[in-house]
Design a protein around this ligand. Structure first.
Ligand SMILES: [Fe+2]
Length: 385
């Protein structure tokens, strides 16, 4: 029997080389005349800002810029952006950048329209009504935020990361132009790409996976395994960048519908307490969690191995499943990411506190194919040490 399911995402997905030039048309289609453009300041300063100003300026759209986004944004940033949107009477929001900019833009859209406090909207279904119409334009192939209903922030006061999760956060338009990802340097290309791999593997193995979500998750794994190395080491290869952006989109759709699992629960405290960037934190936890989950989902792990190009012909399902671990390990290594929590300044004494914090990230743990106890969480951090 097929478990009943639904499948959602951004209302419209636009994908293609050069599609960024169609941004004004989509803003207009949504009734926007004066969008707030939310961007990372560094991204704006290094050339992308001129492109944005030209594309919108040529179309006669006067926009208001909010470029204070930084990696791993704090909740206050969403409040700050909202103040600008309200003061300038913006009627729409455009997020351009990596996950931080997109998450911030999504939060500003619902805060500006509903006028609540950002902290009140953390959790599931706490946003009372629709936000300002929003278009999301990713410049990294990783977060999938352009098609998800989540915005994640660091809460400095509580030393943790928390998310707003509401259908009102789904963007009206996700506009994906591979040309915008060409200039991303190798390291963030690797860590954001591996974040997408986590979304793909986790959503594929989630107990909430549906017949549609497994299709996009598995195809995401295939695309990422085939193209991430090239993107890291030859960033100007447009075909590889294009395939990675598609893989990241599929992984985001998998994540939006099937959810993530224990990797994200265990990685959030690494970001919240130690400031480890999201993609890297997930990469550090991916292999230990995959190894832990493997006995609970042998068939799926064997298909992950196959999708990642391992030769599984003639192997038992169990032997094939273990090849998934090798495939991920070699991809991480080829991307130049050194594993190990110790190298990131974490000590063994930190582990019990990390395990406490990870168990509070409940929803992804509920999706995990194998139950994770406190003792298991400690063991997983030790394996990642
Ligand atoms: Fe993620």
């Amino acid at each position: 029997m097929i478990k009943p399911f639904s499948f959602t995402g951004a209302k419209k997905i636009v994908f293609g080389r050069g599609s960024f030039s169609t941004l004004p048309a989509y803003i207009r289609e949504l009734g926007g005349r004066k969008p707030l453009v939310v961007m990372d300041g560094n991204l704006y300063a290094c050339g992308c800002g001129e492109d944005v100003a030209k594309v919108l300026g040529d179309a006669g759209i006067g926009f208001v810029l909010f470029d204070k986004v930084r990696p791993e944004p704090e909740l206050e940033l969403a409040e700050e952006g909202t103040k600008v949107a309200l003061a300038e009477k913006c009627d729409s929001v455009v997020g351009i950048g990596g996950g931080s900019a997109l998450d911030c833009a999504k939060a500003v859209s619902v805060l500006a329209a509903n006028k609540g406090k950002a902290a009140d909207y953390l959790g599931l279904d706490k946003v009372p009504g629709p936000g300002l119409p929003k278009v999301m334009v990713p410049t990294t192939a990783g977060t999938g935020s352009e098609v998800t209903f989540t915005a994640v922030f660091v809460r400095k006061d509580l030393q943790k990361k928390e998310g707003m999760n509401s259908p009102y956060l789904y963007p009206e338009v996700a506009l994906l132009d591979p040309m915008l990802t060409l200039s991303l340097p190798p390291e963030p290309t690797a860590t954001t790409g591996l974040d997408a791999l986590c979304h793909a593997v986790e959503s594929y193995t989630s107990v909430n996976a549906s017949p549609v979500s497994v299709m996009v998750s598995l195809q995401a794994i295939r695309l990422i395994a085939e193209n991430l190395r090239v993107c890291v080491h030859n960033g100007l290869d447009v075909e590889a960048r294009e395939a990675m952006l598609l893989g990241s989109l599929y992984a985001g759709l998998g994540l939006a519908n099937a959810g993530v699992t224990a990797v994200h629960s265990l990685s959030y405290p690494l970001g919240g307490r130690f400031g480890i960037p999201h993609g890297l934190a997930n990469t550090l936890m991916l292999l230990p969690v995959m190894e832990f989950n493997l006995p609970a989902a042998l068939g799926k792990f064997s298909l992950i191995a196959e999708a990642m190009g391992e030769s599984v012909a003639g192997l038992s399902v169990r032997d094939a499943a273990y090849l998934a671990l090798e495939a991920v390990e070699s991809l991480v290594e080829d991307c130049g990411i050194e594993l190990g929590l110790e190298a990131r300044g974490i000590t063994e004494e930190d582990i019990p506190g990390l395990a406490d914090a990870a168990l509070t990230v409940v929803r992804p743990l509920e999706n995990n194919p194998r139950r994770v106890t406190w003792e298991d969480a400690v063991e997983l951090y030790k394996r990642a040490f």
